[in-house]
Design a binder for this molecule. Structure first.
Ligand SMILES: [Zn+2]
Length: 70
């Protein structure tokens, strides 16, 4: 997975996709993968503060269970 090619990725650390703030090494964070955004191009798949990511995690569960119409 070419993480270094991901737009918006920060070479100095992870960024929270929800609030756009850096995620400190000691902050609780969670990685959320969206089936509809496997490379993170839409700014969905990526790292979130645990609190920020909670609603996204629920959304991801729905999205990943139901493949988008083809
Ligand atoms: Zn955040």
């Amino acid at each position: 997975m070419p993480l270094d090619m991901t737009p918006g990725s920060d070479p100095f650390g992870r960024m929270c996709n929800a609030c756009g703030q850096p995620i400190g090494g000691d902050e609780p964070a969670t990685r959320i993968d969206f089936a509809s955004d496997p490379r993170g191009d839409k700014g969905l798949t990526g790292d979130y503060h645990r609190a920020c990511g909670r609603p996204f995690q629920a959304l991801a569960r729905v999205v990943n269970l139901k493949p988008l119409a083809r």
